[in-house]
Every structure is written in structure tokens, then in C-alpha cells.
Design a binder for this molecule. Structure first.
Ligand SMILES: [Zn+2]
Length: 214
């Protein structure tokens, strides 16, 4: 999860039914605000859903509140359901100040994502629990497959490519790989929180790219 901001809906556009989510301007604005990625796992999947950060439980105020709507992948949407009613709102606080995400690659696989709590904020605690289920599973066998695919088919290639850019940049600093690294650690990048932590933890890179880590 990474910080983002919400664009106000254009004047005259209202949301009064679930059909309104599909209005071109509504869906496109929402997707662009969420950088076309799942706001929970940060994957850029082929299928995305409109997700309510606070479960609406049929309350129209929450169901049609623009500020309560986000974009999520099917896996995260089905993992979160209505069980989590107090997760970090990435438009109100920076999730990276509360949670650090990292991986270990062994035998060419990510077997587990480390979800480290940095604060005792109640929303951060609930978000960290959700993220553990999202990345590491522990719910159903079907979910184990989804989690493994998320880690190893989506997250792993992204992080591998990012490490390659870092390696190339350290070996050949003048070939433009700094531009690739900047793109990868922008908040719009897939799995940006992981990449930003890798740079933040590196003494040299954290200085070079300090202005992009705020
Ligand atoms: Zn997701």
C-alpha cells in the first residue's frame, strides 16, 4: 500500500447507484487516482474492482461516498471482504510511515513477504494483518494459489528487474539507469512500497534518491 491522493469528482457527476461506478469519468478518475493498481497489494492486474475502504454494509452513505471508493484486484477484494473496517486510508496518511514490506528470495521463489509494523496505530495493525493474508495466505487453498501467484508471478519479476536496474546503475552510472530507478520508486509503479524500502535501506541509494522517498 502506498500513499495516493483523490481528485474531486467533476461538477455535476454524482454516485447514487453501483451502476454509477461504471460511468466513464468515475471509473477512469478512480483508476488514475489509484495509479491503475490495486491500492492494497499494488499489483497492476488485468481485472480490477471498485472497493470500499470502509465496508459499506449496505449503508448508502458509505457505498456511494467518493472518498470511500478505491481500486482493488479480485484477490485483495475477496481477502478483505467486510472483515477489515479500520485499515489505513492512503489518502490520509502515508502507509510507508506505518508499515515496511520486504522479501527474501530463496530457491528462486518468494516464500514469504515480511510485513513489519513501524507504529502502534490501530489502523496500521489491522492493515498489517490484512497484508499478511494478501501476500502470504493462510485462509483457503485457493487463496494459497492466488498468494503464490501474486508473490512469484507478479511481485518477483518486478523486484528482479528493479535489482537489475540497481546493479546496472552501480556498474555503469552514466547509462541512464538512474531514470529507470526513479520511475520504479515513484508511487505510481507496481509494488512501489517494496522498491522504495530497498532504496531506503541502501545507504548510498537512499542519499542519491532521497528527494523521491518523501
Ligand atoms: Zn491486490
Amino acid at each position: 500500500m502506498v500513499q495516493l491522493s483523490k481528485t474531486p469528482l467533476p461538477p455535476g457527476i454524482t454516485i447514487t447507484s453501483a451502476d454509477d461506478y461504471r460511468k466513464d469519468v468515475v471509473f477512469k478518475t478512480l483508476a488514475a487516482d489509484c495509479y491503475n493498481k490495486c491500492y492494497i497489494c499494488e499489483d497492476k492486474p488485468s481485472t480490477i474492482n471498485v472497493e470500499h475502504i470502509i465496508p459499506h454494509r449496505k449503508d448508502p452513505k458509505l457505498k456511494y461516498d467518493w472518498n470511500n471508493l478505491f481500486i482493488a484486484c479480485g484477490h485483495c477484494n475477496n481477502t478483505k471482504l467486510a472483515k477489515y473496517d479500520n485499515i489505513l486510508d492512503p489518502t490520509k496518511s502515508d502507509p510507508e510511515e506505518h508499515i515496511a514490506l520486504s522479501i527474501d528470495i530463496s530457491d528462486d521463489l518468494i516464500n514469504c513477504v515480511s510485513v513489519e509494523l513501524l507504529t502502534t496505530d490501530s489502523a496500521a495493525i489491522q492493515t498489517s494483518e490484512l497484508l499478511k493474508f494478501v501476500y502470504n495466505g493462510g485462509l483457503t487453498e485457493l487463496k494459497e494459489i492466488e498468494c503464490s501467484n501474486l508473490r512469484n508471478e507478479h511481485l518477483l519479476p518486478n523486484i528482479r528487474l528493479f535489482y537489475q536496474y540497481i546493479k546496472n546503475y552501480s556498474e555503469e552510472p552514466d547509462l541512464g539507469y538512474d531514470i529507470m530507478i526513479k520511475k520504479e520508486i515513484s508511487r505510481s509503479s507496481a509494488f512501489a512500497a517494496f522498491k522504495r524500502k530497498i532504496v531506503r535501506d541502501d545507504p548510498k541509494l537512499s542519499l542519491i534518491f532521497a528527494d523521491l522517498l518523501n
